[in-house]
Design a protein around this ligand. Structure first.
Ligand code: SAM
Length: 246
């Protein structure tokens, strides 16, 4: 059975969106993974099909109703009890490459997308839903966040990337940013490709890449470097250690 994603949303027409293109799109057509959407509004019970109401305690905007969302969530949990149910929210656990790998190794995911000011908190007390954030900024809805999460998972599914090892040396897999890349032409606007990359000496190239990965991580992401400090070192080839990652 292929890896299956179910997205609970007020905007099902946003899917597959960019996930219908390139690697993820081809994998979708080849049924390496599947994607279906559930329209949250179908679970509204009043004649206006309302899914939101004013915030308790006052304040701006509207809040998505726990009773309506619970019906949508229950419908999906009943059909796909094996898939973890996530909710995209800035109040969630930060999405990391480690979480992406865990999700990609499982049966798939169900993702609830918020809108407006957010979702009535009681839903998360009453249902097994894992809150996930894609970063410290505010989007207008959970759909774009769900697309980010799905894209990151789908590219790791077996057969989706051209070379099976191409996911292993990337940023965050060893706890560091990846080394910089270069390609032809060898001279561009007076700039050359670092000599070592043209040497054909694989040991030297690996050592240079490791040094560059560390230097760039130190200057751009000191937070990652600090966490990496005590972690086991990556091998000279840059290959990933099983117990590493973010
Ligand atoms: N009032 C909320 C807050 O301050 O935490 C933000 C609500 S936001 C305008 C509407 C929806 O977009 C959220 O319910 C969530 O589904 C989604 N969203 C916004 N930023 C996100 C982020 N960084 N990660 C994941 N989802 C996000």
């Amino acid at each position: 059975m292929s890896w299956a994603a179910t997205v609970l949303t007020l905007y099902p027409e946003m899917f597959p969106g960019p996930l219908g293109q390139s690697l993820a799109g081809r994998a979708l057509r080849e049924r390496t993974w599947s994607l279906d959407t559930v329209q949250i509004r179908d679970f509204a019970t009043d004649r206006h099909r309302s899914v939101d109401d004013t915030p308790a305690g006052g304040g701006a905007g509207m809040v998505m109703r726990a009773d309506v969302l619970a019906c949508a969530v229950d419908h999906v949990l009943e059909r796909r009890p094996e898939a973890p149910m996530l909710v995209m929210t800035p109040r969630g656990k930060p999405l990391s490459q480690r979480l992406v790998r865990d999700l990609a190794a499982g049966p798939g995911v169900s993702i609830l997308c918020g809108r407006f000011e957010g979702i009535d908190e009681r839903l998360f007390e009453a249902r097994p839903i894992i809150p996930v954030s894609i970063g410290d900024y505010i989007l207008s809805g959970g759909e774009t966040a769900a697309i980010v999460l799905l894209d990151a998972c789908v590219r790791l599914l077996p057969g989706v990337m051209g070379a099976p090892t191409s996911g292993e040396e990337e940023s965050f897999e060893t706890g560091l940013l990846e080394y910089p890349h270069y390609t032809r032409p060898p001279m561009w606007e007076g700039r050359t490709i670092p000599e070592v990359l043209r040497s054909g000496d694989h040991a030297k190239i690996a050592a240079w890449r490791k040094a560059m990965a560390e230097a760039d991580t130190r200057s751009r992401r000191p937070d990652l470097m600090e966490r990496h400090g005590d972690a086991p070192r990556p091998s000279p080839s840059g290959a990933r250690h099983e117990d590493e990652g973010t």
